[in-house]
Design a protein around this ligand. Structure first.
Ligand code: Q9C
Ligand code: ZN
Length: 658
């Protein structure tokens, strides 16, 4: 069975005809240029031509009625023939909405565009896609327009996917800066739709100022646990705050929920420069958020535009999202990586509120939590002069190099053997002499070093994005690779070692961070601040490594911000293939997706799996999600406590005096 590939893009100029006809300072930011400028920017980056362009259609009345009342539909329909004065009067019945004579038509196109996207993804025509629509949808309720939204595009899409494709689990991720209260109301009793929203809240000061937008609104009845609200109680939240929420709240819940389809309520008013959101997250962060969500539901991801009112920030962020959907390398995130105290408080509160409903939170100790919402120190201010002028970092599509043949993927770029031979034995000897001379006496070691260096050079010269080197002596290959990378000028190299590996001490301490995943405690390495032992033996039942990757490895890695990641698999690995796949997949968010894999094990399944992870195949190679045992949860907690001062993305509670 061939895997779905390709990215759908759905846009129709007609949706720019919906516009405000009178003066209204509340609504005047929702302009047609939001759509046209995003599309223009996609064209400028040559992204439109790389997508499968799917036409829009009108959503049918029946489809709209999946979510809305017939009264609401009739009111909307009746506005088509109204004059300006009548339109103004009807608009006044709602909180922040305006009607234009073509609004009803546009709203039906917005619904239809979203359903076309769901159909394209669910039929396997494409793997994922984005719909650029107006008016947006997530504030719209069964019987009311609200907050620039007439019909709830995403909610209708979720109901449609349930009915048409029989889906039992759909995840909606609402990264718009406003609470999609409309979507929450529609699904709050529904356990088949997990709704996640983060939103500017400021202790209920910010619109729509509802108590039910707070972290304690977890869903109702059978839907308890399937509504996750992360309120931002300060403005100025940035990349690290958003990523911390993904690591410590959304992603563990999402992997445990195991959705069959992911729909994003994709508002970019949570991006830097937006007048509504007042947040600081840069366009690159949306590439990371998208990359993470692409790992769920076998890659079936539908991104649907909601808000976003700073035209430059909006269009750059849309481009970052579409580029990532297309499989391009994920750009690096700049700036210090540490969540602010207010964000950590919110994370802690929502984890505590959801503890009864999720296995991944089962062993969390929340007994110490007092009333945190009264705390308000360590305020972060929104940047008054946000710089959104920087160009997007456009990178070539992912290419993978390997020296070994027949590793199961046609996407791999094979490094020709003559290239390996170009690196003469004497040359390699000279290169490693002085530091590893005694280790490279053997011929086969020299040959494998030659191939490894050929691949590493291609990565360093950006001819490929990542590569796999087979090595009979992984420890030696890695030591040489690290030395070479640091000499090349890399400031930070992240090394993840899996299995028993004699770690050869290097003199470039500080430029290398080692995370060593092995079954038994290794002796004598703990002195270095840049050596982290993670004693972990994967559960036999399934993949319980999620909790370690999301709760520890990724936060450390994002705190470190490497320019290269080296993952070495040695003998006696304590992780199964699914755990290793997870590691490779999620670490691709770092170092502009530059990864060197060094594999000692010749097992074909392992090689294939690593190759698939590196070319971005979203086959479900993770295995089934297994929540951590009490012992494993404690282990992660201890590691977190030990390292969170140094690696601040680990912070998810304020107990230990941050
Ligand atoms: N005093 C979306 O981003 N603001 N909608 C109302 C009333 C409305 C935002 C302020 C903001 C709506 C899709
Ligand atoms: Zn919004």
């Amino acid at each position: 069975l061939a895997m779905a590939s390709g990215t759908a893009l759905i846009y129709d100029e007609e949706m720019t005809t919906h516009k405000l006809l009178w003066s209204d300072p509340v609504c005047d930011i929702e302009v047609p240029e939001r759509l046209s400028s995003s599309y223009e920017q996609l064209k400028r980056y040559h992204l439109v031509e790389r997508c499968v362009c799917v036409p829009v259609r009108e959503g049918s009345e029946e489809e709209i009625l999946l979510v809305h009342s017939s009264e609401h539909l009739e009111v909307a329909k009746s506005t088509q023939t109204m004059n300006e004065e009548q339109l103004k009067r009807v608009s006044g019945n709602y909180d922040a909405f305006f009607f234009h004579p073509n609004t009803y038509r546009c709203a039906r196109l917005a619904v239809g565009a979203t359903l076309q996207l769901v159909d394209a993804v669910m039929s396997g025509k494409v793997c994922n896609g984005m719909a650029l629509v107006r008016p947006p949808g997530h504030h719209s309720q069964r019987n009311a327009a609200n907050g620039f939204c007439l019909f709830n595009n995403v909610a209708i899409a979720a109901e449609y996917a349930k009915v048409k494709y029989g889906l039992k689990r759909i995840l909606i991720v609402d990264w718009d800066v406003h609470h999609g209260q409309g979507t929450q109301y529609i699904f709050e009793e529904d356990p088949s739709v997990l709704y996640f929203s983060w939103h500017r809240y400021e202790h209920q000061e910010f619109w729509p100022s509802l108590t039910e937008s707070d972290y304690d609104a977890v869903g109702l009845g059978k839907g308890k646990g399937f509504n996750i609200n992360l309120p931002w109680n300060k403005v100025g939240m940035g990349n690290s705050d958003y990523l911390a929420v993904f690591f410590h709240v959304l992603l563990p819940a999402a992997f445990e929920f195991d959705p069959e389809l992911v729909i994003v309520s994709s508002g970019y008013d949570s991006g830097i420069g937006d007048p509504e959101g007042q947040m600081n997250a840069t366009p690159e962060v949306f590439a990371h958020l998208t990359h993470f969500l692409m790992q769920l539901a076998n890659g079936k991801l539908c991104v649907v535009l909601e808000g976003g009112y700073h035209l430059k920030s909006l269009s750059e962020s849309v481009c970052m999202t579409v580029k990532t959907l297309l499989g391009d390398p994920v750009p690096q995130i700049t700036g210090e990586m540490a969540p602010c105290l207010s964000a950590v408080e919110s994370i802690q509160n929502v984890r505590a509120a959801h503890k009864p409903y999720w296995k991944w939170l089962m062993y969390e100790d929340t007994s110490f939590i007092q009333n945190l919402s009264t705390k308000s120190h360590l305020l972060k201010k929104a940047d008054p002069n946000p710089s959104t002028e920087h160009e997007s970092k456009i990178m070539p599509p992912i290419k993978t190099a390997t020296t070994s043949d027949s590793k199961g993927s046609a996407h791999l770029l094979h490094v020709p053997v003559h290239l390996v031979k170009e690196l003469d034995k004497t040359e390699i000897k000279a290169f490693v002499s002085g530091f590893y001379a005694d280790l490279v006496k053997e011929d086969k070691t020299l040959l494998s070093l030659g191939s490894m260096l050929a691949i590493l050079d291609k990565i360093l010269k950006k001819e490929v994005c990542n590569g796999i080197a087979e090595s009979p002596t992984a420890a030696v290959s890695v030591a040489v690779a690290l030395r070479h990378s640091v000499r090349f000028g890399f400031q930070r190299v992240l090394c993840v070692f899996v299995g028993d590996m004699q770690i050869i001490p290097n003199t470039d301490d500080g430029k290398i961070l080692v995370i060593h995943i092995c079954e038994k405690e290794q002796s004598g390495k703990t002195s270095s601040k840049h050596y982290i032992p993670l004693n972990w033996k994967e559960d036999a039942e399934g993949n319980d490594f999620f909790s370690a990757v999301l709760g520890f490895i990724l936060p450390v890695a994002y705190s470190y911000r490497p320019d290269l990641t080296v993952i070495a698999i040695g003998p006696n690995r304590s992780l199964g293939i699914s755990g290793i796949f997870l590691l490779f997949t999620l670490l691709q968010g770092l170092a502009e997706s530059r990864i060197l894999a060094v594999i000692e094990d010749k097992e074909i399944n392992l090689m294939q799996s690593v190759a698939q992870a590196l070319v971005g195949a979203s086959t479900p190679n993770f295995g089934t999600y297994v929540p951590p045992s009490q012992e494993k949860a404690n282990k992660i907690k201890i590691l977190r406590d030990q390292f969170q001062q140094q690696w601040k993305m680990l912070q998810c509670s304020v107990k230990d005096g941050i």
